[in-house]
Every structure is written in structure tokens, then in C-alpha cells.
Design a protein around this ligand. Structure first.
Ligand code: 5GP
Length: 181
């Protein structure tokens, strides 16, 4: 049983659908970046499961690095506050970067990361997100690769958490709390 008392989860995107889409994204990225020095930048912690599957669906040489950004904590609402908690270890100069994110909601986090990285001399900066929740977008962000467009619901699983729980669910699930659960 994955659920905690007072919470319930319902599958929104199945593990099988995720695997099929990740394979497509991997193929597309392999075609787009063949022959170029490629660095995938995973945004911790939510993107680590997606990144782990995505790199195995890419069949060209690549390097991996991570950034950690302040996030929602135990609240389901965006604080709008973006802070780098862990920066890259790799040099980005003249490399083609793909920022790998779990979900884009308001866009504030990725907007900040994109501008940070674009100013460091990378050859290019692209964005790959598993989920796009565009209904709540506050700033426009150019998303080069999107796994799934989802409605305005709070989701967990496949790396995404609520209060550090549910990252180990194999599917992306809608989380319901309180009396609805
Ligand atoms: P943004 O800055 O685009 O509003 O927020 C992006 C970050 O908010 C994501 O990386 C993720 O950490 C968190 N987030 C946004 N929506 C959800 C959601 O539905 N579920 C979870 N678990 N995190 C979310």
C-alpha cells in the first residue's frame, strides 16, 4: 500500500504509457544531438527517475549533471521563490545542455534555471519536461521536449513527491487529500 491515511492516489499516466513516451523522447534527442557534446542536467529531486530512464533511451554519447532548486516543501502551492541549493559540477562552455525537469507548472523555476545556464557560455540550452501543467503558467518558457500535457491537478509518483512521499510510485498519479480522499 502506497497511500498514507487521509490521502488517496489515482493513476493519471500509467507506467506503460510513460515508458513508451520516454523511448520516443530518447530517439528524438538522439537524432537532434548526434555528433554534439551533450550534457543532461537533471533537476533534483523530482526528475531523477525520469532522467534515469531517459538517458537509457538515448543512444549517443552524453554526460549527466544535477542541480537542486528550492521547491514546494510540504505545500502544494508554488512559493514563487527560486533558489539554487546545489549547482552544476561540470563546465558548460560550448556544450549542448538539456535541462531535464519533472513538471512545469507556473514556469518560474525553469525560467530562472534557463537564464542562469544560458548566461554561462553553453552552445545551446534546451528543456525536456516529463509533464506540462500549462493551465497555471505565469511566465512563458520554451519547452523543447514534453512527455505529457496534464490538467491542473497535483500529481505524485515516478519521482514526484508530496511531503517526500510517493516518489516510488511507478505511475504518475493524482493525489487527493482530506475529505475527498
Ligand atoms: P514551477 O516553478 O513551474 O511552478 O514549479 C515547478 C516545480 O514545482 C516542479 O519541479 C515541482 O517540484 C513542483 N510542482 C509543480 N506542480 C507539481 C505537482 O503537481 N506535483 C508535484 N509533486 N510537484 C509539483
Amino acid at each position: 500500500m502506497h497511500e498514507r491515511p487521509g490521502e488517496s492516489v489515482e493513476v493519471l499516466v500509467s507506467a506503460a504509457a510513460i515508458q513508451a513516451r520516454v523511448a520516443e523522447l530518447g530517439q528524438q534527442i538522439s537524432q537532434d544531438f548526434g555528433g554534439k557534446p551533450l550534457l543532461l542536467v537533471g533537476i533534483l529531486r523530482g526528475a531523477f527517475v525520469f532522467l534515469a530512464d531517459l538517458i537509457r533511451a538515448i543512444d549517443i554519447p552524453l554526460a549527466v549533471d544535477f542541480m537542486a532548486i528550492s521547491s514546494y516543501g510540504a505545500s502544494t502551492r508554488s512559493s514563487g521563490v527560486v533558489r539554487i541549493l546545489k549547482d552544476l559540477d561540470e563546465q558548460v562552455h560550448d556544450k549542448h545542455l538539456i535541462v531535464v525537469e519533472d513538471i512545469v507548472d507556473t514556469g518560474l523555476t525553469l525560467n530562472y534555471i534557463y537564464h542562469q545556464l544560458a548566461n554561462r557560455g553553453a552552445a545551446s540550452v534546451a528543456i525536456c519536461t516529463l509533464l506540462d501543467k500549462s493551465a497555471r503558467r505565469l511566465v512563458e518558457v520554451r519547452l523543447n521536449y514534453v512527455g505529457f500535457h496534464i490538467p491542473d491537478q497535483f500529481v505524485v509518483g515516478y519521482g514526484l513527491d508530496f511531503d517526500e512521499c510517493y516518489r516510488n510510485l511507478p505511475d504518475v498519479c493524482r493525489l487527493t487529500r482530506g475529505e475527498e480522499a
